[in-house]
Design a protein around this ligand. Structure first.
Ligand SMILES: NC(=O)c1ccc[n+]([C@@H]2O[C@H](COP(=O)([O-])OP(=O)(O)OC[C@H]3O[C@@H](n4cnc5c(N)ncnc54)[C@H](O)[C@@H]3O)[C@@H](O)[C@H]2O)c1
Length: 293
């Protein structure tokens, strides 16, 4: 189940980073940043062959222990077993990034219940399973850090991404709740990456259940998405570029981390609309109170 690319490290004081979906793309780029900082790393992924190959490369490049762990985010038993493997191998976890996410495009009126169940099971319940399985290790760490990869599309959404965006909003909600439940023990960060040139569509297709098989996105979906939000398809960066400085922000316990891109207007517009709504609620509340008296 595990592959270690260098001899067991007897460095109990060295921090340990656990990255789910760590075999590729953004997860692997975060793992590289952790390795650069001298942390021992566990790459948890359903594509364990790729995780093993990348673990060997990272370990050789940085001279630190990197472990590949076979994990399917859609199985509680598999996530629990991955946490047990990390505990056996390293005896601790200081930083856990729940980063697995699959994609499936489609207009909301055409998505089936089974498609909703697949994506939400992996992306949302998978994140909750990961948090639950690793909390005992994080609680024993001197400075436990938990982070979730969501998407900048929750800050600036686009059409045809309803399933994916609903799931990423849910992961944000999960993180907000954990932040309150774990206050003073473990910091919780929400990472909002913008577009990255990764293997996301390919790796989503690789784990798509056989009975749901269809293209992850059709040309008409990409066109409709771009028409609804042209910024969404503008200038994707490499996962390595997106990951620069992100580990430092997670280690600092930063609550919200936007990796790159121009989200300024979208965030301002939504904040202003929410503030207006809150003001209107406040004036309705004061009117109701003054009528009562
Ligand atoms: N690529 C983008 O433009 C983009 C933008 C915003 C957010 N994100 C998010 O970033 C995260 C990483 O995506 P990426 O772009 O690096 O893609 P990626 O395909 O390079 O990496 C995803 C990894 O997750 C693994 N995986 C898939 N299903 C799994 C499962 N059930 N259990 C365990 N591992 C599983 C894959 O094998 C793969 O190694 C995802 O949550 C994604 O939604 C991506």
């Amino acid at each position: 189940m595990t592959s270690q690319s260098c001899p067991p490290a007897d460095e109990p004081d060295t921090e340990v980073a656990v990255i789910t979906g760590g075999a590729s793309g953004f997860g692997l780029a975060l793992a590289e940043q952790c390795a650069r900082r001298g942390m021992r790393v566990a790459l948890l992924d359903i594509d364990v062959d790729r995780a093993r190959a990348e673990a060997e490369i990272l370990s050789a490049r940085h001279g630190i222990a990197v472990t590949a762990v076979d994990m399917d985010a859609s199985s509680a038993a598999s996530v629990d077993a991955a946490a047990a493997t990390v505990a056996d191998r390293y005896g601790r976890a200081d930083l856990v990034v729940s980063n697995v996410g699959v994609q499936l495009f489609g207009a909301v009126e055409r998505l089936t219940d089974q498609e909703w169940q697949w994506v939400l099971d992996v992306n949302v319940i998978g994140s909750a399973r990961t948090a639950r399985a690793f909390l005992p290790l994080l609680r024993s760490a001197p400075n436990g850090r938990l982070a979730f990869t969501t998407s900048s599309s929750v800050l600036d959404p686009a059409g045809r991404l309803g399933l994916y965006q609903a799931g990423k909003f849910a992961v944000w909600g999960l993180a907000e709740t954990l932040r309150l439940e774990l206050a003073d023990q473990i910091t919780v960060s929400v990472i909002f990456p913008s577009g990255m040139a990764s293997r996301h569509l390919e790796s989503s297709a690789a784990v798509q259940p056989a009975e749901l098989r269809r293209p992850i996105g059709e040309p008409a979906d990409f066109e409709a998405m771009a028409a609804s939000n042209p910024g969404m398809v503008r200038a994707p960066v490499s996962p390595e570029q997106a990951a620069v400085d992100i580990v430092d922000e997670v280690l600092a316990g930063t609550r919200y981390i936007i990796t790159h891109g121009d989200l300024d207007a979208a965030v301002r517009e939504r904040s202003a609309l929410l503030q207006d709504a809150a003001q209107r609620a406040l004036s309705r509340t004061s009117t109701a109170e003054s009528t009562r008296h």
